[in-house]
Design a protein around this ligand. Sequence first.
Ligand code: SIN
Length: 276
Amino acid sequence: MKVSAFSAGCGAVVEDVQLARLTDEQIVELRSIFAEYGVVFFRDQELSPAEHHLFATRFGDIHINPFFKPVDGFADIAEVRKEKGQKTNIGGGWHTDHSYDDEPAMGSILVARSVPAKGGDTRFANLANAYDTLSDGLKTTLESLRAVHSNVHIYGKDGHYAGTDIADTLGGSDKVGNAVHPVVIKHPKSGRKILYVNPAHTICFEGWSYEESRPLLDYLYAHVDKPETTCNFNWKPGSVAFWDNRSTWHFANNDYHGEDRLMHRITLAGTALMGA
Ligand code: SIN
């Protein structure tokens, strides 16, 4: 297995490996790479849906996403699909998966099945590096805070997707809710401190109004969205990204109208997050 940094501050590429045929030693190695880099990219994988499922189960339990349509015959693989006639995509803004759950998903494994000739990249951000580059004063303030996360405004019956051209493909509008997490969490494996707020799901700081929270949240989001903390992954059929939802954000670019894009996603169950 050959590992190299994908960009200066975000992600790793792992080569000379087929995810369908990993040894137990390689799984152990991959767990460390995953914790260190937050997002790991693989190219040219021959990974059928059954092998995708098996790879995921070697890392943990699968969390079934209640909103996305499942792949035929695989209840625990979600389709992330945009068809040529549609204008809306899934995940077209910075977010981390499932921060609105009390026990947010540990990771997600996205496999490219069909990609546009150009565009449809996914951007990632490293929230451990983002935390490290804040001032000591702001770090101390943030460590005393908790934040409210929600998906009601996104997947709820009057939420963002309800009025869009992919509304019919989504379900679960009655399964929405909120959760509260520390603003700075400690990664259970790397021990690093991580800034745990995200633009799609974080509503406000606990005990603060929306208006009071907005300026500080906006400052933090601008701090994260910088070239030194982010990277851009261009998909090809057989590309795979495996990301840690506790330490990264991602953003699916929606710049390929008139073309199809189909990805398969498995979400791995997580545990309650510990404050730093
Ligand atoms: C997602 O937000 O999980 C989808 C990412 C993508 O389609 O690139």
